[in-house]
Write a protein that binds this ligand. Sequence first.
Ligand code: FES
Ligand SMILES: [Fe+2]
Length: 452
Amino acid sequence: MTSTIEPATGREAACATPCGALRRPAALVRNIDVSGLVDSDTGLLDRAIFTDEQLYRQELRRVFAPNWLFLAHIDQFHKPGDFFTTYIGEDPVIVTMDKDRRIRAYLNSCRHRGARVCRADEGATRNFTCTYHGWAYDLDGKLVSIPNKDGYPESFDTKDWGLVEVPHVETYRGLIFGTWNPQPSPLRDYLGDMAWYLDAMLDHDDEGTVVVGGVHKWVLEGNWKLAAEQFATDWYHVNMSHASALMVLSPTKNPKNEIVHRTGRQFLDPNGHGAGFPVHAKNRFNAQKVHEWIDYDALRERLGEARVEGPLTDGHATVFPNFSYLPVIGTIRVWHPKGPDRMEVWSWTVVDKSMPPEVREAQRLYNLRTFGPSGIFEQDDGENWSEVQAISHGFITNSVPLNYQMGIGSEREDGRHPGTTSELYSDAAGRAFYGRWRDLMNTPAWHEKETR
Ligand code: FES
Ligand SMILES: [Fe+2]
């Protein structure tokens, strides 16, 4: 991570909505009590949480807006004006580096008639100029130029019409997160014990990670939670869903016995994060060239035996709500919600900055073959989520609950891995994920408290 890059944490912009915002009638933001839809004690889930339009709107208000969400990797910004456009929930945001080299994020919507002021995926600029009527904003989000300014009343002050800024942006080991919440807990506190597991991918040495290649984006017909949940809690599907892919890539003759049928642990967190991993060296399942380059003794020294023979071996993880990664494959991704029935997957490949070019290339290709948009594992997963979603709107189907009961009662502190863990094959992190989701859905967010 470049030390001169500073996120815009704690800046004066403590308000996530612009001054003078209109007061929205309460009828437009009716909330549903979801207690009856998620029973994390008995491990039952109502499928309405994947299909209901009103619940989806509530999710945008109460799950996406108040939480820390992943925006970009720090390696995407090297000089002032570098930018990347993404989403917080369904809100488009521009992430950019200002003249003081701070990372800042703005709502990508013109204050005039609302068009996006930046339509490119990424690039470098001095100003963001709206292509509708030409209002232009600088890297501080200030409105710096408008055509026919004389036509506006004297009370019009450009200071009042800057881009709406994401009030808090923080980084953790090169990952940039932002939140609309004006008073969030610090990102590090939000991650809690999850940081220990994240470090298995991001903290191999002092140089940190960089992005290799671009950002892959593809659309899946399925609710975003199906993917986030699987990455939090589901090693169970590997043996069945990925059987053929394992046969293709396995260095052994019997991948099911030697790779999949192993013990391991699953981490679950009260904030909804989750991670699972086998705990046996034979589970290492990465590109041979990468495997040979890695200095496992140095890693043991730095990260400890439990982490090297755990989350650094293989596995899956989700930082609540919609950021997931696979520590060994080096894929990090966001499941962007696009309505209850659709998600857009955005995926980056990260590698150690210290990796020589040929090892980076080996990792990039391995990532593409396995979890790129046409990767042999990725397609198995996408197919499953679309299959679940495709039938969930049936009236009877929708009212038959789903089972998340595996490993009920197995949650404990295991003395080796931080936080609470369960068995490798377990729904424990899934229950925690949906428990957190339910609590957030039932809790008024800051923007509701302000208007009371
Ligand atoms: S909508 Fe941007 S200038 Fe009019
Ligand atoms: Fe999978």
